[in-house]
Ligand binder design. Structure first.
Ligand code: NAD
Length: 459
């Protein structure tokens, strides 16, 4: 079958399954979630092998950032499913007396999940958990840039979940384009903003709602009053210990004061050497760059002389292994590509300001980030940061960990995305909130019925 016909056949099968009501019962949803938990438990090693093949991801990172989070998300959904599915009773209004009112969460129908390569397991399974919990049929299109993980999904999902309602379509741009031509009830996309715009344009043709999980430049402010030893370890693991900087919520750049920058750099050097040794290109604990396109995209950024002369640590590259060492730079000109676009790699530029309070204005003169971080002990600065910095999410005195709390929504704002998920927010992301009002036959208010006599109008 030609690819476009294959896609049409997949969607038709899913629509038929959804229409037949297969995905609605709590029992079906729970069985699929249990299937996912079982898959993660039984195939942990295969998942870790695939991530190693795609990104040379250290096994510990695969476990901490993908496998254990995916398992926690499916177990949490399984535990909360019945609560989430219950209609929300809301107060009745005097205008509609007597009546009862509730909000019923209704599955949207057939949904499409398009995921990205950097956390190829978690970013695929996490939205699928939400889609299943809320009773939808779903197609997952994993990223072709992480081919081992994509192939593993295509092999494993049919073994563990109901293949008439949950399917994997592998492929790149042509396959995704064919999928986007179809009418969906929601499209959930993770990736860069340019493709996000393609997805939203395709969705608009069918009035399909979208969730766009995008990226951007996530700032991290470091004040001079911090416990530097701890702050720098957290900063370093949130940058290089997250896929060697290829993470949407890794700090893209640091802001600190001119006077504190030398101390911060010195501390970063010590921590990085402790983490990755004297020759980080040989470290088993550092992911490689995903492919040669991204390797060249990144090395081009530091080949610019205006950038390379600002390197204070690192800068080594190995094209054969697709490895780039953790690299720290100070005061790179703001008009360079490194400082204007999302880096998504192992370079950490440090921007210096006169006063730490100036950082907020610096961040706010740019597009709204997916995540913003602040290290400080000053309560006043923390409050100002929380109140005055718009961002998808934020974290004070650490980096990236906010994703691990299922009670917090995860998503961007402005250029960093539309919509959010995780925990109950995933369930809501893939549900329609149906307003339901139920009345009895008493409490007739005659004034609402014509003829609108003068007498009635006096009431
Ligand atoms: P990618 O190259 O894997 O692309 C994402 C998906 O889009 C893939 O499934 C791919 O097949 C599809 N795609 C690519 N080009 C397309 C086209 N022309 N038409 C239709 N579909 C197309 O991933 P990427 O974009 O390189 O991912 C990195 C970006 O994603 C960064 O900006 C990062 O910050 C962001 N990101 C965001 C999150 C989040 O949760 N907010 C998570 C991870 C990555």
């Amino acid at each position: 079958m030609a690819m476009a016909e294959e896609v049409v056949a997949v969607v038709e099968e899913l629509r038929a399954s959804f229409k037949a009501g297969r995905t609605r019962p709590a029992g079906w949803r729970a069985a699929q979630l249990r299937g996912l938990v079982r898959m993660i438990e039984e195939r942990e090693e295969d998942i870790s092998d695939a991530l190693r093949a795609d990104l040379a991801k250290p096994r510990m990172e695969s476990y901490l950032h993908e496998i254990s989070l995916a398992k926690a998300a499916s177990t949490f959904a399984l535990k909360e499913l019945k609560n989430w599915m219950k209609p929300d009773k809301v107060p009745a209004s005097i205008t509609t007396f007597p009546s009862s009112a509730q909000i019923v969460s209704e599955p949207l129908g057939c949904v499409l999940v398009i995921s990205a390569w950097n956390y190829p397991f978690l970013l695929s399974i996490d939205p699928v958990i939400g889609a299943i919990a809320s009773g939808n049929a779903v197609v997952l299109k994993p990223s072709e840039i992480a081919p081992a993980t994509s192939a593993l999904f295509a092999k494993l999902l049919p073994e563990y979940v109901d293949n008439s309602c949950i399917k994997v379509v592998e492929g790149g741009v042509p396959e995704t384009t064919a999928l986007l031509d179809q009418k969906w009830d929601k499209i959930f996309y993770t990736g860069n903003g340019s493709v996000g715009r393609i997805v939203m344009t395709a969705a608009a043709k069918h009035l399909t709602p979208v969730a766009l999980e995008l990226g951007g430049k996530c700032p991290a402010i470091v004040d001079s009053d911090v416990d530097l030893r701890i702050a720098v370890k957290r900063l370093a693991v949130g940058k290089w210990g997250c896929n060697n900087g290829q993470a949407c919520i890794a700090p893209d750049y640091v802001i600190t004061t001119k006077s504190f920058a030398p101390e911060l750099v010195a501390s970063l050097k010590i921590v990085l050497e402790r983490f990755y040794g004297q020759d980080p290109l040989q470290s088993e604990d550092l992911s490689r760059i995903v492919n040669s396109n991204h390797f060249h995209r990144l090395t081009n950024l530091i080949e610019d002389k205006k950038v390379s002369e600002k390197i204070v640590y690192g800068g080594q590259t190995d094209e054969k292994q697709l490895k780039i060492a953790p690299t720290v730079l100070v005061d790179v000109p703001l008009d360079t590509a490194l400082m204007t676009g999302e880096i998504f790699g192992p370079f950490l530029p440090i921007v210096t300001v006169e006063k730490i309070e100036d950082s907020i204005e610096f961040i706010n003169s740019r597009t709204k980030p997916l995540a913003a971080y602040l290290f400080t002990k000053k309560k006043k600065l923390q409050d100002e940061f929380v109140s005055n910095v718009p961002a998808g999410g934020m974290l004070v005195n650490d980096v990236a960990l906010h994703v691990a709390n299922p009670h917090l929504p995860f998503g961007g704002v402005g250029d960093s995305g539309i919509g959010s998920y995780h925990g109950k927010f995933s369930f809501d992301c893939f549900s329609h909130k149906k307003a339901v009002l139920i009345r009895g036959f008493g409490g007739e208010a005659t004034a609402r019925y014509p003829p609108y006599t003068t007498e009635k109008q006096k009431i």
